[in-house]
Structures are given as C-alpha cells and as structure tokens.
Design a protein around this ligand. Sequence first.
Ligand SMILES: Nc1ncnc2c1ncn2[C@@H]1O[C@H](COP(=O)(O)OP(=O)(O)OP(=O)(O)O)[C@@H](O)[C@H]1O
Length: 239
Amino acid sequence: MPNPYSDGSGGEVLQITNLIMRYDQPGGGSLTVLDIPEFSIGTGEQLAMVGQSGGGKTTLLHLIAGLLAPTSGSIKLAGVELSTLSEQGRDRCRAANVGYVFQTFNLLPAFTALENVQLGMAFGQRPVDTARAKDLLDRVGLSDRMTYKPRQLSVGQQQRVAIARALAGKPKLLLADEPTANVDPASADSVLDLIINSCRDEDIALLMVTHAMEVTERFSRVDRLDEINRVLLATQSEN
Ligand SMILES: Nc1ncnc2c1ncn2[C@@H]1O[C@H](COP(=O)(O)OP(=O)(O)OP(=O)(O)O)[C@@H](O)[C@H]1O
C-alpha cells in the first residue's frame, strides 16, 4: 500500500524552513527557543546534533516528530508539510515515517520485549509482522529475552528493545535523543553500533542528539544547534 504520508520523491527526508518555536512562560510572556532559517536531512543521511543544555534539541526533535506544532515556519517530513495536518494527521505521519529512541526508553512495562516491538508496528499502522519483530530482537542480541518484561531486563537490554521498537515500523527517519546517556560505556558502544548499522542497512536517515564526543566521532556530519539556530547566535553575540 503506498504511504499517504510521503510524496515518494526519494529526495530529502526532512526540510525545515524559517522555523520559529516560542513557549509561553510560567511567569507570563514567551521565550523563543528556536529560530532556524534552514535545516535539512537527505534520504538515508546520518548526522549527530550537539548543543548546550536547554538549547532546544529535544524541542526540535519533538517538532520534527509532530509531537509539537511550531509557532511558525515549515517542516516537511517525507515531502509532507506538517502544518497542513491536524494533530491526528501528524500522529499518523509520525507513525508512517519516524522512529524515536528516547533517553529513557519509554517501554511499556506490562508487555514483553516482543510485544513492545510488535506495538511499534501497530503504531505504524502496518500489519504486525511477528517474524520481523523476532528478527529485530535477534539482531539486537535479545533472541533469548523475547518473553521478558522491561523490569526483567538490564538497562542496556531495555535500550536495545527500544531500538528494535523504533525500527519496527521501517521509518524513513530515526530520531535518537541521547540514546547512550543512561547505559554503561560498554553497552553504549553496542547501542551506537546497532543504531548506526541498522539505519545504514535499512536506508533509514538518522538524527542523533548527543553530548558525547565518542558519539560525534562516529558521524561524518555533525551539526551544532547554535550554528543553525539564530536564537543562540543572538544570545552569544550579546555576551
Ligand atoms: N513546555 C514548555 N514550556 C515552557 N518552556 C519550555 C517547555 N519545554 C521546554 N521549554 C524551555 O525551552 C528550552 C529548551 O528546552 P529543550 O528541552 O528543548 O532543551 P535541550 O537542548 O533538549 O536541553 P537538554 O540538553 O538539557 O535536554 C528550555 O529553556 C526549556 O526551559
């Protein structure tokens, strides 16, 4: 079935133009967090994004995933302009095109590793492909842990289930928000290998937010948020 949330052009997977994001502040007034004239990611391209704490990295990932709507500007995901979609439409577009690996995994505690991965497919509105779910878990080294619930898995194993779940729906773009922040250094290496190699093998574009040097070294494209975001440039020039 053709993906209604893709223009099928095979060009850039993400194109952002004149993006502004402002948050209302608890004490009144508003804070502009992002002002990005241009940012794009090609099909299958891999990049790391670095930036200071509070600089707006998570906000940017949430905007790309359609979890938040921008104050103004254009975000095209797989050629589809997100601002033309309702919240429900954005949810569907995300399910069809985006995988998301969170810092804190976000696995569903009542479900087994295999069920968590199968749920990744159900959200993608594809038929649940149990063979692919098992294959993904095998690939992340958890073929003997499929029936375990998250609390019965180590932290590194939980993150590997989360990666398998994010890949389950065959997304066009994988967003990874500091995926190695909560795992030990040895697991961090294998988590990183898994994400980078799986995306390469399946032609999935990858945007990984990180603070870690050993992570950025793995990428040929490393973008600094404060170089693409005029808000931080303005702040810095005042200092
Ligand atoms: N819902 C919200 N309402 C108001 N302000 C918000 C909201 N969410 C985030 N912010 C503000 O926006 C700024 C950017 O937050 P964001 O979480 O995107 O930063 P980050 O770069 O991911 O930070 P970190 O690296 O520390 O996780 C922060 O100053 C934060 O206080």
